[in-house]
Write a protein that binds this ligand. Structure first.
Ligand code: C2E
Ligand code: CA
Ligand code: CA
Ligand code: CA
Length: 278
C-alpha cells in the first residue's frame, strides 16, 4: 500500500504498468467514440409485477469498439469518469434517450424511459437545464422520464448533489435510487430523499431463494418503501422462484433476464408492443 496525495490510499499492483498501457489505448479510443458514433443505447424493460406490462425502458450504454467488440459500461464508465469524458458521453445519453422516448411516444407506447446518471453529472450545475431542454425538444413530459442515481451517490451529502436533487424534483422528473441495499444503507436518509422509486440491488435478489436473511431484508425494504410512498423495482430477477417470492412480498416492478435482456431500441419497441404497454 502506498500513499497518494492527501489521505487517499492506493494498493500497488505490479500488473498496473501493463494495465495502464492498455487503459491509455482504451481511453484514446473512447475519446473519439462519440464522434465516431460507436455508442448505442440498449434498453431493458421494467415490468409491472401484477399486470406484467412494461412500465419503463432503462437505457444501458453500449460501446461498439472497432476491435474489441462490445465493451461493458462497467469498464468504460469509470474510465470516462476518471479521464474527463463522462460529461460529453452523459450529454449524448440524455439527448439520445429523449430522442428515442419521443419516437416511442409517437408510436403510442406509454412506457417511461430511464437513464443512469454518473456522479460527475450530479455535480454539473447545468444538468437539469440540459434534461429540460432535451425533454422539451422532443415534446416529452418530465414525469415520463426517470433518472437513476446510485444509493452511494444519493447519500452523498454535498451541496452540489443536494441542489441537483432539489432541481430534479422541481422539474418534475422521477428519481430512482439504484443498487439499493448494496451499500451502507441509511434508512434514516431514505425518508428525506426526493425519490419515487427504489431499485433493490441484484445481490439481494440473487440470495432470496437461499437466504432467510435476504428474504427478511427484502421484505423490510419493500414495507418501508411503501410506508414512504415509494415504488420498489427488483433488478436482476433471473428465476421464477425469485419472481414468485418478490411478487408475494408486494414488490411493484421486476427487471431481469427472466423477462428480457437489454436489447436494441427497435427490438424493445416490438417487445413492448407485444406485451401490451401501448
Ligand atoms: P445498473 O444501472 O445497475 O444496471 C443493471 C446492470 O445489470 C446492467 O448491466 C444490466 O445489463 C444487468 N442486468 C440486467 N438484468 C440482469 C440479470 O437478470 N442478471 C444479471 N446478472 N445482470 C442483469 P450493464 O448494462 O453492463 O451496465 C452496468 C452498469 O453500468 C449499470 O448498472 C450502470 O451503473 C452503468 N451504466 C450503464 N449505462 C450507463 C449510462 O448511460 N450512464 C452511466 N453513468 N452509467 C451507465
Ligand atoms: Ca440503473
Ligand atoms: Ca442497479
Ligand atoms: Ca413479448
Amino acid at each position: 500500500v502506498k500513499q497518494t496525495g492527501g489521505n487517499a490510499w492506493a494498493v500497488f499492483d505490479p500488473q498496473m504498468a501493463v494495465d495502464e498501457r492498455a487503459q491509455a489505448a482504451l481511453v484514446a479510443a473512447l475519446r473519439s467514440a462519440v464522434a465516431r458514433r460507436q455508442l448505442e443505447l440498449f434498453y431493458q424493460p421494467k415490468i409491472d409485477a401484477r399486470t406484467l406490462r412494461v412500465t419503463a425502458a432503462e437505457a444501458l450504454l453500449r460501446w461498439h469498439h472497432p476491435e474489441r467488440g462490445i465493451v461493458s459500461p462497467a469498464v468504460f464508465i469509470p474510465l470516462a469518469e476518471r479521464h474527463g469524458l463522462i460529461g460529453e458521453i452523459g450529454n449524448w445519453v440524455i439527448g439520445e434517450a429523449c430522442r428515442q422516448a419521443g419516437v416511442w411516444r409517437q408510436q403510442g407506447l406509454r412506457m417511461r424511459v430511464a437513464i443512469n446518471l454518473s456522479p460527475f453529472q450530479m455535480r454539473q450545475d447545468d444538468l437539469v437545464d440540459r434534461l429540460q431542454e432535451a425533454l422539451a425538444a422532443n415534446q416529452l413530459q418530465p414525469a415520463r422520464f426517470t433518472v437513476e442515481i446510485t444509493e452511494t451517490l444519493a447519500l452523498e451529502n454535498t451541496q452540489a448533489t443536494q441542489r441537483t436533487f432539489e432541481r430534479l424534483r422541481e422539474a418534475g422528473l422521477h428519481v430512482a435510487i439504484d443498487d439499493f441495499g448494496a451499500g451502507q444503507t441509511s434508512l434514516a436518509y431514505l425518508k428525506s430523499l426526493p425519490a419515487s422509486e427504489l431499485k433493490m440491488d441484484m445481490g439481494l435478489v440473487r440470495d432470496l431463494a437461499t437466504s432467510e436473511d435476504a428474504r427478511k431484508i427484502a421484505d423490510a425494504v419493500i414495507r418501508l418503501s411503501h410506508a414512504l410512498d415509494k415504488r420498489v423495482v427488483a433488478e436482476g430477477v433471473e428465476t421464477t422462484e425469485q419472481r414468485d417470492l418478490l411478487v408475494a412480498m408486494g414488490c411493484d416492478e421486476l427487471q431481469g433476464y427472466l423477462f428480457a435482456r437489454p436489447m436494441s431500441a427497435a427490438a424493445l419497441g416490438l417487445w413492448a408492443m407485444d406485451d401490451g404497454a401501448n
